[in-house]
Design a protein around this ligand. Structure first.
Ligand code: KIV
Length: 277
């Protein structure tokens, strides 16, 4: 592979913006998102038709080999947002706010979100329920689109007792529904739901006016996200049950990603209700 910068391959798609994402959501078309951490994969995923690239703090586990996302810093996130922006042409880019970059106060969150936006992100994502409402409102009112993230929130892995399915009891489901509504009311433009019973994810998706993107949350969300290296079969060890290896039978990485887009849009992925990792 050449080490020289490459021109993004020609694509007929116009750059995706929030207006376009809302149009697609309103039309009932399923939205596609993948994690992405570098320019080469950004170009491939964009060319394959993925609408949203999430520069996730999962890069701590996927790229750095750590056992959780907690060690990832804002400087590392900025580096990877810049790399993805360099390879992308049309996809909507979401920069994850890493652990300890937004927990302190809305103004701490705003200063760090501004750094991600200046690196080229179009939206930031932060994890957590009711305590994040004030921050979501603060950022949204200042023109920073925010995606919330509920359910399994990996930055809280130690508090949650591991990477386990959330919202299994009626009480836990009610809290998640209440949090989802409050976060949308606070101005979140999108919500990621991770590892929930599909019936609960369906209820939340139907309840909210904003797109709800699921990972291990069933087919009834407004769209899907997967960790890129998982869906390309590159991750070794035990994978969550909801992950599918799209490289099986695919002639190229771009074809595998294009097939992911097709299967999400056709509601063929994910196939089954999720019961856990
Ligand atoms: O960091 C990440 O990759 C994420 C996804 C798993 C949604 O937050």
């Amino acid at each position: 592979m050449s080490s020289h910068p490459q021109e993004p391959a020609a694509s007929t798609r116009k750059p995706i913006n929030l207006h376009r994402l809302r149009e697609l959501h309103a039309s009932g078309e399923k939205l596609t998102m993948l994690t992405c951490y570098d320019a080469t994969f950004a170009r491939v995923a964009d060319d394959a038709g993925v609408e949203m690239l999430l520069v996730g703090d999962s890069l701590g586990m996927v790229l750095q080999g750590k056992s959780s996302t907690l060690p990832v810093t804002i400087d590392e996130m900025i580096y990877h947002v810049r790399s993805v922006v360099a390879g992308n042409r049309t996809a909507w880019i979401i920069g994850d706010m890493p652990f300890a970059s937004y927990q302190e106060s809305p103004s701490q969150a705003c200063a760090n979100a501004a750094r991600l936006m200046q690196a080229g992100a179009h939206m930031v994502k932060l994890e957590g329920g009711g305590w994040t409402n004030e921050t979501v409102r603060f950022l949204s009112e200042r023109g920073i689109p925010v995606s919330a993230h509920l359910g399994l929130t990996p930055q809280s892995v130690h508090a949650l007792g591991g990477y386990r399915i959330q919202g299994k009891t009626d009480a836990a489901a009610d809290i998640l529904k209440r949090d989802a509504k409050a976060i949308a009311d606070a101005g979140a433009a999108m919500l990621v739901l991770e590892l929930l019973p599909s019936i609960l994810a369906k209820d939340i998706t139907e309840m909210l006016p904003i797109p709800v993107i699921g990972i291990g949350a069933g087919v009834d969300c407004s769209g899907q996200v997967l960790v890129l290296h998982d869906m390309l079969g590159l991750t070794k060890g035990k994978l969550p049950r909801f992950v599918k290896n799209f490289m099986n039978g695919a002639p190229s990485i771009e074809a595998a990603i294009a097939n992911y887009v097709v299967e999400v849009k056709a509601k063929r992925f994910p196939e089954n209700a999720v019961h856990g990792y």
